[in-house]
Design a protein around this ligand. Structure first.
Ligand SMILES: *[C@@H]1O[C@H](CO)[C@@H](O)[C@H](O)[C@H]1NC(C)=O
Ligand SMILES: *[C@@H]1O[C@H](CO)[C@@H](O)[C@H](O)[C@H]1NC(C)=O
Ligand SMILES: *[C@@H]1O[C@H](CO)[C@@H](O)[C@H](O)[C@H]1NC(C)=O
Length: 367
């Protein structure tokens, strides 16, 4: 920004330049928002805390700053974590625990209190940009299926009351398995069990509030369950993978990520929505598994995550065949290996870093 102190004549010229820049800027914004709500290419990281050996939130914030990370997603509303991000320059995405959803859906006083206790003490010092209402509700917490959209609507209303709706968007992360069909990508449709009853009103809500469709995209899971039919290079986003053609429209896919994003784009279009931006709330690859699991390895995790960061941060954005030029903001899953995660060995080994903050393998969260 130039400083306007010298002389009136220069100031006038400066103002003309400034106005021109503003007009050009506004036109660019309008244009890019026409392209399916294009947003800037950003890579964030998921900061899970299911470990008994992790650094303190304050240490984590300092560590993230050294990594130049500017977007972080957490999976709860831990006050100590949210407070640690105050004045950090890092945007935070927080999560409503699944157990709160029924109350949010049915009790506006609960919802207003939720905002009063979980947000108001911390904003604006901590920059909270999105709230994820639960995680993968439609595929993992089916008792709350019909509570999901009312909970989101009530939370948004409570944010309006608190004057926070402009800065904080409300959405909910889905598993990729919300799709009934995902191949070829143009045939993408949501599962009939909730396409009309939940997805349609959910998409209407996202469109109305300018919020992103959140989805967890894991080519790893597609590969490990279908390694006989899915090519590893294609799943790892390696540029030398054999391309796959969508027989319905001739679109050519060179990696599984683009194909999965476009399956979501097609499924939203089938419900009448072509403009809702997609945010990938989780993506990653485990560095260790047990002998029965095909795919987890240090080398594959390193390859996938490095390829992912390059793909997401491509400048200008490459986009996908159905959304050319559109960047997809993405959170890499996850920051640390978490020893208290239950399930298969892979569950403890999604991390880019060990709890002592040394790298599991060499990779960069920026380009
Ligand atoms: C972070 O950004 C600074 C300044 O641009 C740069 O010197 C440093 O290498 C970056 N660190 C990482 C881990 O990318
Ligand atoms: C859902 O998938 C099943 C099995 O692949 C298929 O038979 C059915 O036609 C699909 N339904 C829709 C609505 O796409
Ligand atoms: C593609 O490239 C990767 C990374 O360089 C390499 O490991 C892999 O073997 C290559 N695949 C083929 C089929 O050449």
């Amino acid at each position: 920004m130039e400083v306007c102190v010298v002389e009136l004549r220069e100031c006038a010229a400066w103002r003309v330049r400034a106005y021109t820049m503003v007009i050009v800027g506004v036109l660019c914004l309008l244009l890019s928002s026409l392209v399916a709500g294009a947003s800037a290419a950003t890579i964030g990281v998921g900061y899970g805390t299911s470990g008994d050996n992790l650094p303190t939130p304050e240490q984590v914030v300092q560590f993230l700053k050294t990594l130049n990370v500017t977007k972080v997603k957490i999976y709860n509303t831990d006050a100590n974590v949210i407070r640690a991000f105050a004045n950090s320059g890092i945007d935070l995405s927080i999560t409503v625990p699944n157990g709160d959803i029924i109350h949010m859906a049915t009790d506006m006083v609960f919802t207003q209190n939720w905002v009063i206790y979980n947000l108001q003490p911390f904003v604006p010092a901590t920059t909270i940009t999105t709230i994820a209402v639960g995680n993968e509700i439609l595929t993992s917490d089916t008792a709350d299926t019909l509570n999901l959209v009312p909970a989101m609507q009530n939370l948004h209303s409570a944010l309006v009351t608190a004057g926070l709706d402009a800065s904080i968007k409300v959405s909910t992360p889905h598993a990729f398995s919300v799709l009934n069909t995902s191949f070829p990508p143009s045939a993408g449709v949501f599962r009939p069990a909730y396409a009309t009853s939940v997805m349609k009103p959910l998409l209407d809500f996202l469109a109305l509030t300018g919020s992103p469709f959140m989805v967890n995209i894991f080519p790893y899971f597609s590969y490990t369950f279908n390694y006989n039919t899915i090519n590893l290079d294609y799943a790892l986003l390696n540029p030398n993978a054999t391309a796959v053609t969508d027989k319905n429209n001739g679109n050519v896919y060179t990696n599984l990520w683009d194909a999965q994003i476009d399956a979501i784009v097609a499924a939203m279009a089938a419900l009448g929505h072509t403009d809702i931006p997609i945010m990938v709330t989780e993506s990653g690859w485990p560095s260790l598994g047990d002998a029965t699991q095909v795919g987890p390895s240090m080398a594959n995790a390193q390859t996938y995550n490095n390829n992912l960061v390059k793909l997401v941060l491509a400048d200008p954005p490459k986009g996908t065949p159905l959304r050319p030029g559109v960047a997809t903001p993405t959170y890499v899953f996850s920051l640390f290996n978490e020893d208290l995660k239950t399930g298969k060995i892979t569950e403890k080994n999604w991390g880019l870093y060990y709890p002592d903050m040394s790298p599991v393998y060499s990779m960069s969260l920026s380009t």
